[in-house]
Design a protein around this ligand. Structure first.
Ligand code: FES
Length: 174
């Protein structure tokens, strides 16, 4: 997502739940006084866990919490692929496309998922059930082709395994 700066800084910071705010405070307290900015990745994860994605309004809230400039949050959130900067489906399929996974068929896997779900990389199915993304190495290079969804790894994927995985996710998301 392209952030329309400086217009973005004027977007109202969104409210977060009291549960998320408590967790954010707990994480910030782990760092020495004056070094709370180091909690930014954990905080962005907490925000995404609550909202499903990280909007500009959410990033502006994080900037207020950490008492830093919004651009400092945008820099971090846009650098890492694990932060979703647009609304996503219930299940975000993050397929590794880096060399070792590519050598064992990640391109074919991506093509198959695109065909099966009738979406392209970066898109969400009409029913809001799946979003397909590609990411760089997830650290499971010996188990490719693989993808991650909801912090869980699905490894050595075949078409059959993908079919089973998608059915199970649909069932679990009902
Ligand atoms: S290359 Fe795919 S997990 Fe490392």
């Amino acid at each position: 997502m392209k952030i329309d700066f400086p217009q973005a800084v004027n977007e109202a910071p969104i409210e977060l739940s009291s549960h998320t705010m408590t967790e954010i405070q707990r994480v910030m307290d782990l760092f020495p006084k004056g070094k709370q900015k180091s909690a930014i990745l954990s905080i962005l994860h907490l925000v995404q866990d609550e909202l499903g994605w990280v909007s500009v309004g959410a990033m502006n809230r994080v900037a207020l919490i950490l008492d830093i400039q919004p651009i400092e949050v945008y820099e971090v959130a846009t650098f890492y692929t694990m932060f979703h900067l647009n609304a996503v489906g219930k299940n975000v399929l993050e397929v590794c496309r880096t060399g070792p996974c590519q050598l064992v068929g990640s391109d074919d896997l991506i093509d198959y998922i695109e065909e099966k779900l009738e979406i392209k990389v970066g898109e969400t199915t009409k029913d809001g059930m799946f979003t397909l993304k590609t990411v760089e190495c997830l650290g499971a290079c010996g188990y490719g082709p693989m993808l991650m969804c909801k912090y869980q790894f699905y490894e050595r994927l075949t078409k059959e395994k993908v079919n089973e995985m998608l059915d199970a996710m649909r069932e679990a998301s009902k």
